[in-house]
Design a protein around this ligand. Structure first.
Ligand code: NAI
Length: 318
């Protein structure tokens, strides 16, 4: 008797699986019965170059351990080709782990259009293209498990990572919308912000911290979220070094204003302490959860300001 979650007869695509965290995912799924597409372009951390060796080595390792895997060397920007590899080799695709990534860290003042665009192309467009190609197959089979890889840099912001953090948080919005669209077809999408020692973090973390952060400590959450028995859909999780936590949005109770001439920047300033007061927090989890009618009623109940200052105008006149 084993309590292992297994993925027999499932086909998993892991992008950027030639190293780092992706390699561990590929081994994890293969060791538990899945057939795995090991995708990796084999480039540098900053996205230059290409080498088929990265994916080949991992495929060899998996096969030697008795698992099923094939290599794919396309960039994630060629998502159709990666999904095609899965279909040709294994006939289906059940799990997509959007993991491939690069960095172009630089202070914003020195960041070039190339630094911005390349990071977005690999992370955002790459995750889009692979997922887009897999989506119709998942819809048809009424089953799919998708992971988007965000980052704490996207959630909290980080010095020198304006390009990367913008791209990483985009994946959160992307994943949350897919979670809603896929639910009726049993396609679940979750988003993770991992932290692990890899060539990507080797330059930004001290060696003693890196030692505690094995990529192996990210894979169990991804394994859980992508299992057929798991119902979680649309979650955002931080994971690393044996720590797993879910994040949600908190909104202050907020202030309301009469939608008339009394609603001015000065009146916003007067109520700013109320706007940023989190003593009565709300946790909206959908666009539908804001009761605009109730807010209008709350505003209507406010007393009128007998001496409103002139409203701001945006036509250059006062
Ligand atoms: P890594 O650099 O070790 O692995 C990334 C892999 O993606 C590499 O093997 C690389 O060749 C591949 N890759 C890059 N561009 C590609 C492309 N266009 N097409 C196909 N493959 C491509 O990095 P690591 O740390 O394993 O990162 C994995 C994911 O986790 C990335 O999305 C990264 O942004 C994210 N992440 C990692 C953190 C960490 O602490 N290591 C922190 C937050 C997020």
């Amino acid at each position: 008797m084993t309590d292992q979650l297994r993925y027999d007869n499932r086909v998993a695509i892991v992008t950027g699986a030639g190293g780092g965290i992706g390699r561990v995912y590929a081994h994890y799924f293969a060791s538990r019965g899945a057939s795995v597409v090991v995708n990796d372009l084999g480039g540098s951390t900053t996205g230059s170059g290409a080498d088929t060796k990265a994916a080949d080595v991992v495929v060899d390792e998996i096969r030697k351990a008795g698992g099923k895997a094939v290599a794919n060397y396309n960039s994630v920007e060629d998502g159709e080709a990666i999904v095609e590899t899965a279909l040709k080799a294994f006939g289906r695709v059940d799990i997509v782990i959007n993991n491939a990534g690069i960095l172009r860290d630089k202070g914003f003042a020195r960041m070039t259009d190339d630094d911005w665009d390349l990071v977005h192309r690999v992370h955002v467009r790459g995750s889009y293209k692979v997922t887009k190609a897999a989506w119709p197959h998942m819809q048809k089979q009424k089953y799919g498990r998708i992971i988007m890889t965000a980052s704490a840099a996207g959630i909290y912001g980080n010095f020198g990572q304006a390009n990367y953090s913008a791209a990483k948080l985009a994946l959160h919005g992307f994943g949350m919308s897919l979670a809603r669209e896929g639910a009726k077809n049993n396609i679940h999408t979750n988003v993770i912000a991992p932290i692990a020692a890899s060539r990507m973090t080797a330059t930004v973390m001290p060696p003693e911290v890196l030692e505690a952060l094995k990529p192996e400590f990210v894979a169990p959450l991804v394994g859980y979220l992508t299992h057929e028995s798991t119902t979680e859909n649309g979650g955002l999780f931080e994971v690393g070094a044996g720590f797993v936590a879910k994040l949600r949005r908190e909104r202050s109770h907020g202030a309301v204003f009469k939608a008339d001439a009394s609603f001015t920047p000065t009146s916003v300033g007067a109520k700013f302490p109320e706007i940023i007061d989190f003593s009565q927090p709300q946790y909206p989890s959908s666009i539908m959860e804001t009761d605009w009618m109730a807010l209008l009623e709350r505003a209507k109940a406010l007393p009128s300001n007998p001496n409103p200052e002139p409203q701001l105008r945006f036509d250059g006149k006062v």
